[in-house]
Design a protein around this ligand. Structure first.
Ligand code: HEM
Ligand SMILES: *[C@@H]1O[C@H](CO)[C@@H](O)[C@H](O)[C@H]1NC(C)=O
Ligand SMILES: *[C@@H]1O[C@H](CO)[C@@H](O)[C@H](O)[C@H]1NC(C)=O
Ligand SMILES: *[C@@H]1O[C@H](CO)[C@@H](O)[C@H](O)[C@H]1NC(C)=O
Ligand SMILES: *[C@@H]1O[C@H](CO)[C@@H](O)[C@H](O)[C@H]1NC(C)=O
Ligand SMILES: *[C@@H]1O[C@H](CO)[C@@H](O)[C@H](O)[C@H]1NC(C)=O
Ligand SMILES: *[C@@H]1O[C@H](CO)[C@@H](O)[C@H](O)[C@H]1NC(C)=O
Ligand SMILES: *[C@@H]1O[C@H](CO)[C@@H](O)[C@H](O)[C@H]1NC(C)=O
Ligand SMILES: *[C@@H]1O[C@H](CO)[C@@H](O)[C@H](O)[C@H]1NC(C)=O
Length: 512
């Protein structure tokens, strides 16, 4: 068996390899990568995404003294992207078109580019900006005291700005309800969704001087934010209660503004004589479930051509970066991690875990000392690296332990070789890759790269089809094929190298 230390040392020996995701993804590439962002939030192997909203008062895009909060910004950005949907014609919704619309008056404030700047490196050929935006809502709510919104993937990014129609503080009620109705939300839904959104965050003098006066600005509140409720960073029902009771923030600046024409929340909440707000108040913490329903509908409002995936759920046993590669002697080996998720508060059981590939002897796994923590529980990471003697009979591997035995399929007919693939980004991104095939026929390779585009901070995906490859020899029964791509721009996030079969179906994909 290969020692993991030696395996880790390989990239250094070979030079340039930066970050390579493994070749096998469970349940599929997109769900695996998004599940990583959702679940690996803190501690070992975290994706870093939740750092932006940890603690929930954090502002990741500037000075903490600004009086801005990232968790609240993300929800507002998603709302503005969504509310211009035209559900009757099946256009708009959560499609990241908001990125092109930041100069519109209806999208006043720094939240849009702040958020897209943070999202940018997470976008790749299988994770759209719109999916990240939707996931950001799920994570802001779920990590800041709210309930878990089921998350589905598969949104496709717009290539330009979309329709206008975001309600502003001075917008009259018929117009406001007309905007919501176009997006599929009736009056009760609109009041509920607004109360859900306005349990986090603030209205800022910087951006909304006609709502909040300059007196809100101070040395530790440079943008002059006034909170919607007393718990600015808790996703809780307090905004409803403070509005109804006239306590605390009394519903916030859009209720109490000095400027009567800017009291949009008061007008909206009173538009049915407070009946919806009273009903929400009576729900108590049930309000959180109401918000889950409304916010899920919001983030699942997508153009009609889009079919969203199954719900991305935390995996209890998850192979991570499970990949085939060659060692320096030309042996084929299989390496990666098994992540075991144990619901909080119990710590991961110490029972041994075993990995079995093909029909060889089970390999005992030992967890790394450092664990991960998230709202879903505690994660332990079990590295593995094992030589593959007979690739032809390696069709699956199993993880045994913790009371379960789970089998994962693999395919070994062709793979992108991590140690022979490298990316360099100076003035342009250059990818040199090698793929290995058991067949002697030159493979079809597709490379996709997220790159910057005009008018939005959301990346576009540049595709290189049928990338030319040259045979560079043989290893462990595989033909090796090398190719190179000069992207002609800088990659903004992970690029993908995919091997396609005769029908154009993906056989294997690597992320670098
Ligand atoms: C009539 C409808 C609405 C109007 C007129 C409205 C207006 C506003 C305004 C003017 C701000 C202040 C932004 C800033 O100063 O940075 C704000 C903040 C916010 N809005 Fe709304 N909003 C409405 C509905 C919604 C809905 C439906 C949601 C989400 C579901 C939402 C989520 C938020 C959040 C989270 C913030 C806080 C942002 C931050 O602290 O940076 N809003 N809203
Ligand atoms: C998987 O690979 C990616 C890219 O190299 C890396 O960032 C990540 O830390 C790896 N995951 C684990 C659990 O090692
Ligand atoms: C944040 O702003 C305050 C007030 O203007 C300033 O004193 C402080 O140096 C700033 N901090 C950083 C990290 O820029
Ligand atoms: C009040 O709001 C309206 C509408 O935005 C604006 O035209 C007016 O200038 C505001 N008044 C003050 C005193 O800010
Ligand atoms: C009003 O405040 C009281 C005391 O804090 C609380 O018990 C009650 O639930 C609140 N009522 C509403 C309708 O929010
Ligand atoms: C709605 O509730 C608010 C807050 O309690 C109150 O100020 C307002 O008068 C009520 N409006 C109506 C029409 O009942
Ligand atoms: C890619 O290969 C070319 C030609 O062998 C070489 O000049 C270049 O340094 C390589 N770049 C990277 C990023 O490996
Ligand atoms: C946001 O970023 C885009 C893309 O860089 C830029 O075109 C736009 O002007 C920015 N918007 C604001 C409000 O700064
Ligand atoms: C393949 O080989 C030809 C001939 O040696 C060379 O011109 C070409 O650059 C090579 N292509 C790649 C992708 O290495």
């Amino acid at each position: 068996m290969w020692s993991f230390k030696r395996l880790l040392a390989l990239p250094t020996i070979l030079g340039l390899l930066s970050s390579a995701y493994g070749a096998f993804f469970y349940p599929n590439t997109q769900a695996s990568l998004l599940e990583h962002i959702l679940v690996d939030t803190h501690g070992a192997h975290s994706s870093g995404f939740a750092d932006a909203i940890t603690p929930c008062t954090n502002y990741v895009s500037g000075n903490q003294s600004m009086g801005r909060t990232t968790a609240a910004q993300w929800i507002r950005v998603a709302f503005h992207d969504f509310v211009t949907a035209d559900v009757a014609s099946g256009t708009g919704g959560l499609d990241a078109s908001i990125g092109f619309e930041t100069l519109r008056e209806e999208n006043s404030g720094s939240a849009f580019n702040d958020s897209f700047t943070f999202f940018r490196p997470y976008v790749n050929p299988v994770i759209s900006t719109a999916d990240i935006l939707a996931l950001s809502v799920v994570m802001s709510v779920g990590n800041c005291g709210g309930a878990q919104i089921p998350f589905r993937a598969g949104r496709i990014d717009a290539t330009g700005g979309g329709a206008f129609g975001v309600p502003a503080p001075e917008t009259d009620i018929p117009t406001t309800l007309g905007f919501f109705s176009g997006a599929g939300f009736n009056q009760v839904d609109s009041i509920g969704l607004t109360a859900c959104g306005h349990t986090l965050g603030s209205v800022h003098h910087g951006g909304f001087p006609t709502v909040v006066g300059p007196e809100a600005v101070s040395s530790d509140n440079l943008a002059g934010g006034i909170h919607f409720d007393t718990t600015v960073a808790n996703f809780d029902p307090l905004v409803v209660h403070e509005y109804l009771n006239g306590t605390g923030q009394r519903g916030g600046p859009l209720v109490t503004s000095f400027n009567v024409s800017s009291r949009s929340d008061l007008r909206l909440y009173e538009s049915d004589n407070n009946l919806t707000m009273i009903a929400l108040g009576e729900q108590g913490t049930g309000f959180l479930n109401t918000c889950v329903g409304l916010l899920q509908r919001m983030i699942e409002t997508v153009p009609k051509s889009i079919v969203l995936s199954d719900v991305v759920t935390p995996m209890e046993v998850k192979p991570i970066n499970a990949s085939l590669d060659f060692d320096s002697k030309g042996n084929l080996f299989f390496s990666g991690y098994i992540r075991i998720l144990t619901p909080t508060p119990s710590s991961p059981p110490s029972a041994p875990a075993f990995l079995t590939i093909a029909s060889t002897t089970p390999i005992p796994l030992t967890p790394e000392p450092a664990q991960g923590q998230s709202i879903f529980g505690t994660t332990a990471f079990y590295p593995f690296a094992t030589k593959v003697i007979d690739a032809g009979s390696f069709a699956h591997f199993s993880v045994t332990g913790h009371g379960s035995h789970i089998t994962f399929p693999v395919q070994t007919s062709a793979f992108v070789v991590p140690s022979l693939t490298s990316v360099s980004s100076t003035s342009t991104t250059i990818l040199n890759f090698t793929v290995a095939t058991r067949s002697r026929v030159a493979p079809t390779v597709k490379v996709q790269v997220p790159v910057g585009q005009q008018g939005t901070l959301g990346p576009a995906i540049k595709t290189f089809d049928n990338v030319a490859v040259n045979n560079t020899g043989r290893k462990a029964g595989y033909e090796l094929w090398a190719g190179s791509v000069d992207v002609g721009a800088l990659a903004t996030g992970a690029l993908s190298v995919a091997i396609l079969d005769g029908e154009g179906k993906e056989v294997d994909v690597g992320f670098f």
